[in-house]
Design a protein around this ligand. Structure first.
Ligand code: 26Q
Length: 726
């Protein structure tokens, strides 16, 4: 349902290997290529990691010559634009479609009518569904070019149009405003991307979006199959349908409906065919993020699907009478269990996340279907995240080991023997320094933020969420600021802490965290005693393009979620690949990054997922942690006494009370160890030779995190597919 593509021109130029030619042509024409590339709007049809993963996977499938289609929604408005007013997040509409989208081919001939509501007539066990509302789904295709340009797959996005522009009866009766209603209703479906990335919203329009694009995509898949084949029983051998989270989970009942009601397979056979095609990727275990839909809403909007869900539920219960794995609970349809039973494979996105899926949310279903859950750890495309984003490092790698790494990223390991060559690590350090200089120049030009490029660039970039613990990071900054005041002449390492990320518009706590970071930045940056050592900046409107600027310049990557909560993370992989060292918990893919780059090149801190559960059971865990750490107590005190909100001392009492009270995400309990690890970071950075070697180990050890490796895993374990031989 989301594809966070970012800009495409540079991607296409890189993958067609035309960079030098384009540069020479633009030079000849007197056009600067950089600004030209930045003229393209950043396409943000996604919230965060899940949508960006889909974009990396499309590029990777094109690279591997796997015939694949991405299916989604052509939102008129993507993820909102973020700005700050007095430190507070303000949202405005993302109007990417107000200029033409030069990459999209409109396909007027590719359209399907999608129905909602209405009534169902049962005919034996099958049924005829007569919707009382219909819209047209119309395709827009964007080519996604693979490495070397040998193959391009299609991203097919659906936009909603009315079946008729005017209600002619009303129009003729002179009620012109009402006559335009069908058009407005239809277009509303693809108007805007829902901006929550963790709280399920339960909104009718959201369910309509989900069914709209899922139904159109399935019809397209059947149309393509039926052009060349006649026996739908073979569908599972010809088509693999990967559900990116539960957002398209209505695909299960819809495919059963198409096969049973419209093509007259028995119910059981329809279920079997559908399950043979479908697989489901889970991206979160947070209970508040698991999709559930009220049965009443589902029955009103999708009456036939609700009947089929009831039947699937009954069939499942009959088969496993003693088990509690209802597809429905408390009057709601549970989309996770529904996706699970309708899929032949279900996967987690990191080793730890997959284990937790088996132990917690899907424990019962895993007992019934022990071979269904598999792990496919996420990956990222090295073409965008190394080749395009970091041309200096790419050139150094190319000069050292050749260019085979672009199609086989694990060859980065071949860099290791060169760490002892005269010059390699110096060149590596020079690349990082040049990237930091570029970032410093841009920060000054674009944001009036002046930093010393020799300082440690410490970056936390991701959606703002309590579990990701941006507030732990800013508390540490406050404690460090106080520590500098305590000992202004101590030897120190200068640091620039950079934050970026959006908060869901309705997520009050996350918005308070943004405001706090901005308020802290204002005080600390204006402090002449501390500002030589510590600066804080929150950059607005985090998106793919900003990530491409920041990641190549990162020294330190903050991956500090409460263990057990971050399914994988992918920014962690991008920064490690670009030579940042991670300070992180044993959460998501951090665990696997640490295994591969070496524990000595990774700053580990905090409780494990199992320890988190134990600690949380302790009633006064936060109070104890604060009593044991005067630094933490003193930092928290500044949130209560208005140090950073002088006119309004109560502003951050809520955050302080949360951390010292319930503290579900264990900020207080992990603080001391976080402080310890940060001081270890300082010591390591003070030794440039040690640091650059560790950074280079991060690059050399990150090859496994290529999206190509991840896609090969899906081909082998989930899709049973092979690349096309040309
Ligand atoms: C659901 C219902 C209603 C409205 C919105 C949503 C919704 C939308 C987006 C729920 C979740 C998302 C996005 C989730 C997401 O990005 N998860 C991240 O996925 C990455 C790729 O697997 C992981 O690396 C991250 O750990 C995970 O947080």
């Amino acid at each position: 349902m989301e594809f966070l593509l970012g800009r495409l021109l540079e991607d296409a130029i890189t993958n067609l290997r035309l960079t030098e030619r384009v540069q020479s042509v633009t030079r000849e024409l007197g056009i600067e290529l950089g600004p030209l590339l930045h003229d393209e709007p950043d396409s943000a049809l996604g919230n965060g990691g899940l949508g960006r993963l889909a974009a990396c996977f499309l590029e990777s499938m094109s690279t591997l010559k796997i015939p694949a289609h991405g299916y989604g929604i052509r939102y008129e408005y993507g993820l909102f634009r973020q700005s700050f007013v007095d430190g507070r997040q303000v949202e405005s509409p993302e109007t990417w479609l107000q200029t033409v989208d030069p990459w999209a081919f409109e396909r007027p001939e590719l359209k399907f009518e999608i129905g909602f509501g209405g009534k169902v007539e049962e005919i034996g066990t099958a049924a005829r569904w007569t919707p009382d509302e219909a819209v047209i789904a119309q395709a827009h295709d964007t080519p996604i070019v693979g490495w070397r340009g040998r193959w391009a797959n299609t991203l097919r996005l659906w936009s909603a149009r009315p079946t008729e522009i005017f209600d002619l009866a009303r129009f003729n009766a002179g009620d012109f405003a009402a006559a335009a209603e069908p058009e407005a209703l239809a277009r509303a479906i693809t108007r805007v991307l829902y901006p929550d990335d963790t709280t399920e919203s339960g909104k009718e329009l959201r369910l309509k979006q989900e069914y709209f694009f899922t139904a159109a995509s399935l019809r397209d898949i059947l149309r393509r199959f039926e052009r060349t084949h006649d026996d739908l029983r073979k569908l599972p051998t010809k088509a693999a349908i990967q559900l990116n989270d539960t957002h398209p989970a209505i695909a299960g009942p819809e495919l059963v409906r198409l096969l049973h009601d419209e093509r007259h397979f028995s119910f059981d056979e329809a279920v079997e065919i559908a399950r043979g095609c479908l697989a489901y990727t889970n991206h979160t275990l947070l209970p508040e993020a698991l999709e559930r839909w009220p049965e009443d809403l589902m029955r009103r909007l999708l009456p036939r699907h609700m009947q089929l869900i009831e039947r699937l539920d009954a069939a499942h219960e009959a088969k496993h009478p003693s088990r509690q794995v209802a597809l429905r609970a408390h009057g709601e349809v549970q989309m996770g269990p529904l996706a699970f039973v309708m899929a032949h494979r279900v996967n987690g996105v990191s080793k730890l996340h997959t284990r937790l899926m088996k132990d917690t949310v899907f424990a019962e279903l895993n007992r019934l279907y022990p071979d269904r859950i598999v792990n496919e750890t996420n990956g990222i495309t090295p073409r965008r995240w190394l080749m395009s984003a970091n041309p200096r490092l790419s050139s150094l790698i190319g000069e050292t080991i050749g260019n085979g790494w672009l199609a086989n990223l694990e060859r980065l390991a071949e860099l290791e023997p060169h760490f002892d060559d005269a010059g390699f690590l110096d060149a590596y350090a020079a690349v990082k320094h040049a990237n930091k200089r570029d970032l410093a120049g841009w920060l000054a030009r674009a944001h009036g933020v002046h930093i010393d490029p020799a300082a440690m660039i410490d970056i936390q970039i991701k959606r703002i969420h309590e579990y990701k613990r941006q507030h732990l990071n800013i508390l540490e900054a406050i404690a460090l600021w106080q520590d500098i005041h305590d000992a202004p002449n101590a030897e120190r390492v200068p640091r620039v802490k950079i934050f970026a990320g959006k908060a869901a518009p309705g997520y009050a706590f996350a918005k308070q965290i943004i405001r706090l970071i901005n308020d802290v930045a204002a005080v600390i940056n204006a402090d002449p005693v501390t500002s030589p050592w510590l600066q804080v900046a929150f950059l607005p409107n985090y998106n793919v393009s900003l990530a491409e600027r920041l990641i190549p310049a990162a020294d330190l990557s903050e991956q500090i979620s409460t263990a057990g909560k971050e399914a994988s993370g992918t920014g962690n992989m991008k920064m490690a690949l670009n030579g940042a060292l991670t300070i992180g918990t044993l959460d998501g893919a951090n665990v696997e990054i640490r295994e591969r780059v070496g524990a000595e090149n990774f700053f580990l801190f905090g409780m494990t997922a199992d320890e988190v559960l134990e600690r949380r059971a302790m009633p006064d865990h936060a109070a104890r942690a604060i009593a044991d750490d005067p630094r933490l107590a003193r930092a928290l005190e500044t949130l209560r006494n208005g140090t950073f909100s002088a006119p309004d001392p109560g502003r951050y009492r809520g955050i302080a009370d949360n951390i010292s009270g319930p503290d579900y995400f264990l900020v207080a309990s992990d603080f001391s160890d976080f402080w310890r690890a940060q001081r270890e970071v300082d010591r390591a950075f003070a030794d440039p030779a040690r640091w650059v070697r560790a950074a280079a180990h991060n690059t050399a050890g990150s090859g496994w995190f290529s999206a190509d490796r991840a896609i090969r895993g899906y081909m082998r374990d989930v899709w049973d597919a092979a690349p096309v031989e040309l």
